[in-house]
Design a protein around this ligand. Sequence first.
Ligand SMILES: NC(=O)c1ccc[n+]([C@@H]2O[C@H](COP(=O)([O-])OP(=O)(O)OC[C@H]3O[C@@H](n4cnc5c(N)ncnc54)[C@H](OP(=O)(O)O)[C@@H]3O)[C@@H](O)[C@H]2O)c1
Length: 320
Amino acid sequence: MRAITIPQFGSADVLRLDEVEVPEPGPGQVSIDVAYAGANFAEILYRRGVVDVPLPFVPGIEVSGRVRALGPGVEGLRAGQPVAALTIVDGGGYAEVVTTSADLVTPLDGYDLDLGTAAALPSNSATAFLVLDRVARIEPGEDVLVHAAAGGVGSQLGQAARLLGAGRVVGAVGSPAKIEAARAFGYDEVVLREQVAGAGRFDVVVDMVGGTARRSGLDLLAPMGRLVVMGNASGAEDVGISADELWFANRTVSGFNLAAFSAAFPQEAGRALRRAVAAAASGELRVRVESLRLEQAARAHRRIEAGRTTGKLVLEVERS
Ligand SMILES: NC(=O)c1ccc[n+]([C@@H]2O[C@H](COP(=O)([O-])OP(=O)(O)OC[C@H]3O[C@@H](n4cnc5c(N)ncnc54)[C@H](OP(=O)(O)O)[C@@H]3O)[C@@H](O)[C@H]2O)c1
């Protein structure tokens, strides 16, 4: 089968379209004929070697497609069924066939959702609900600030906050060109990252940019506020956070990592995915999807790491 591989860590130039063995599902797993694979910042971290994986490695943390085969012990799914799935625990989504835990697969039957859109939901939209609900434990009426608000996960966090009953939902973006794009995702206000200090105080701040965004996120917390750290897209040095500072100011800092969460709590990750699929199918959650072909994976990576994308890029895998 065709797959994009990482033969060595490095820039987007290392990505290769290769012929590799078709994987077979093990106990508790299914294999999926992939229609689309989501393209995410996470796969860039694998490619750069920030996440240490055995090489050659097939990246890809989420897909849509049709069930190909069920491994021993799997019930409730059937061959040919359209599905969306997280493939985040072992990767492998940038390929014609991928295997993953059946717990991380959700059927799409009965939903009015095209497979391109479905591939955009497993990582970012499920994460948005988990971060706000499970990690930040958001309460109705609470004010929320989201960084990189026009991006893949940022575009979902503002909408998820609204669905969970948030009060004021503010997005921060890195350039004026992204203000309108973020507004279209339903933020009450969108500010430039460098002007975020004037945006008020927040019960919940979600930071996936790192550096000054992380530091300012902490400073912008209201009493009993929670900062959720979930990425470092800027590649900045880690920010030293003082435990005494948290104590004196009634602040909380939490971390979230979907890969580790899905490995530890696959059924809960699967439930978050089903929630995201249902919200997208009902129109409550909007995703803006742009599609490239599988062999254009390097182009997708270059665009994401240059910070040039808004919404979500997916890779079309199924040959039409
Ligand atoms: N922890 C988790 O489970 C989890 C799950 C999903 C995503 N994430 C993280 O969330 C972040 C966004 O991921 P995504 O896939 O949704 O990508 P994305 O938002 O489409 O792209 C990343 C965004 O980060 C901002 N950014 C700031 N400095 C940057 C830099 N030096 N280089 C590139 N981008 C920079 C840019 O937005 P502005 O121009 O607005 O600054 C850019 O558009 C990543 O850090 C990713 O690792 C984490």
